[in-house]
Design a protein around this ligand. Structure first.
Ligand code: UD1
Ligand code: CA
Length: 496
């Protein structure tokens, strides 16, 4: 019996993945900002099945919790101590209502480039051919490690042999089992009852179902696809990197086709959940990670890493690290700045070079142009924070807030000892160590007054070049000799 929708997609994710040599279960390793299992869940959900089941065992609680976090409606099925993909499929079936029929699709938690479209195409081919079993296959240049598809002279599929169990002749076969399947639920259940563990790994192989179903008189077939990457399973870290790069290449290509300029796709890394507006430009060595969104016409990079950061239209972000920050439209950031969580920069605002911000709300058109630390701060619109200003937010025990009002000016090299509040329209003199509030219209001067001591150089630095320079200027009745403001005869000749 076939229905318009698949009954279920069962994702096999119970294996340890020993070849990863990791304390992290294989399916929780990540590419493109998502776990391998996360990719499998997104693809499965997109195939519009009635249920999505994840079969778990190794590091069970961690994998199950992650699956539920990615997809709250996923059904978790526990595999028991019997090993193998066949047993995993059986345990997945047991998590569905008793006696469900229709088409059950099986995918692997370690095949992250598989798309919903391919699962749907497999389902369609399976339905159209009225098959009981359809396996997704590909012809690959290096089939080593994969199960091989065995075909009769007439091309019909006979069965699958695992690499470890294959003869030399069978290993010559370049058509491989992707581990992605469509089954008639009843046929699958009945065939699994007959699958044993008599093989080199002592496991219950799902692959055995195909020959059993065929021998039982059921139509079986293969759905061969050209896009090899979608069938590739990750077993070790080399494959993790290779598939990660390919996923990224596909993602970059998708954005370029959407109207984004990516100057150097090879050094641009864009996670699966990122969004980018038209006519944005991404410069080399840029990573856009997590749930980052980039507005239309923005210019990002080079050498920037933005994580869960929102960039407004037409903004410019150069050589910057940002995490959980919001950058307004037409704003500019960098080079060499560090935006930590809670940074909000208003429209046409500026965070310049060598600035660190954290939990800082910076209003429209406000500027923090050079060498500043702004932590736990509210900076009103149009305010200007002078070079080298430090928001001293931490007293060693608690964090305190600093507020700078609209259109106020903080002089360079000031330290604002929080909690402190500078009202709208106020000034703080350069070099101040501000410990008290400033009212509208005031200037606060919080530093030592300048004192000049006559004749100090002659007394304390007699015979030095400094003393000679002082004498020369005094004799010439000027403040500077031979400078651009007061050229000597010689330098005037050069100009002429
Ligand atoms: C499997 C196939 C092989 C195919 C390859 C494609 C079998 C017997 N072999 O081999 O024909 O070419 O995938 O990538 O099916 N899993 C469980 N429970 C288990 C064992 C595995 O859930 O007891 C899960 C794993 O977590 C993984 C998937 O099944 O997500 C595949 O397991 P893996 O051990 O990688 O199988 P392969 O040896 O690659
Ligand atoms: Ca595998």
């Amino acid at each position: 019996m076939t229905t318009a929708r698949p009954t279920a997609v069962i994702i096999l994710a119970a294996g340890e993945g020993t070849r990863m040599k990791s304390v992290t279960p294989k399916v929780l390793h990540r590419i493109g900002g998502r776990s391998l299992l996360g990719h499998a869940l997104v693809a499965a959900r997109g195939a519009d099945a009635e249920s999505v089941v994840v079969v778990v065992r190794h590091d069970r609680d961690r994998v199950a919790a992650h699956a539920t976090e990615v997809d709250a409606t996923a059904i978790i099925a526990d595999q028991d101590e019997i090993k193998g993909t066949g047993r995993a499929a059986e345990c997945g079936l047991l998590a569905l209502p008793v006696g469900v029929d229709g088409t059950v699709l099986i995918t692997s938690g370690d095949t992250p480039l598989l798309t919903s479209e391919t699962i749907t195409a497999l389902f369609a081919a399976h339905t159209a051919s009225a098959s009981a079993v359809t396996v997704l296959t590909a012809r690959v240049p290096n089939p080593g490690g994969y199960g091989r598809i065995l075909r009769a002279d007439d091309g019909s599929v006979l069965g699958i042999v695992e690499h470890k169990d294959a003869t030399d002749e069978q290993r010559e076969v370049d058509e491989i089992n992707s581990g992605i399947w469509a089954f008639d639920a009843d046929v699958l259940r009945a065939a699994l009852d007959q699958v044993g563990t008599d093989n080199s790994q002592g496991e219950k192989y799902l692959t055995d179902v195909l020959a059993i179903a065929r021998d039982g008189g059921h139509p079986v077939g293969a759905h061969l696809i050209d896009d090899l990457w979608q069938t590739e399973g990750i077993n070790d870290r080399v494959q993790l990197a290779t598939l990660g790069r390919e996923l990224n290449r596909r993602n970059n290509e998708k954005w370029m086709r959407e109207g984004v300029t990516i100057v150097d796709p090879a050094t641009t890394w864009i996670d699966a959940d990122v969004t980018i507006g038209r006519d944005a430009t991404i410069l080399p060595n840029t990573q856009l990670l997590g749930a980052t969104s980039i507005g239309a016409g923005a210019r990002i990079g080079p050498d920037s890493t933005l994580t869960d950061t929102e960039v407004g239209e037409g903004a410019e972000v150069k050589r910057t690290e940002a995490h959980l920050a919001r950058i307004g439209a037409q704003a500019t950031v960098g080079p060499f700045s560090y935006l930590r969580p809670g940074t909000v920069l208003g429209v046409k605002g500026k965070i310049g070079g060598f600035v660190e911000t954290k939990n800082a709300w910076i209003g429209d058109g406000a500027k923090v142009p050079h060498l500043t630390y702004a932590g736990d701060a509210t900076i009103g619109e149009g305010a200007n924070i002078g070079a080298g200003t430090i928001f001293a937010n931490y007293d060693g025990v608690n964090k305190h807030h600093t507020t700078i009002g609209k259109h106020s000016f903080i002089g360079s090299d000031s330290v604002l000892v929080a909690p402190v509040d500078v009202a709208d329209g106020a000034y703080v003199a350069a070099g101040s160590a501000l410990t008290g509030d400033v009212e509208p219209g005031q200037i606060a001067v919080a530093r030592g007054r300048q004192r000049n001591i006559d004749g100090w150089v002659a007394r304390a630095r007699a015979g030095s070049k400094t003393e000679a320079a002082a004498q020369a200027a005094t004799q010439a009745g000027t403040r500077h000799t031979g400078s651009p403001d007061n050229p000597t005869d010689e330098s005037q000749e050069q100009k002429a």
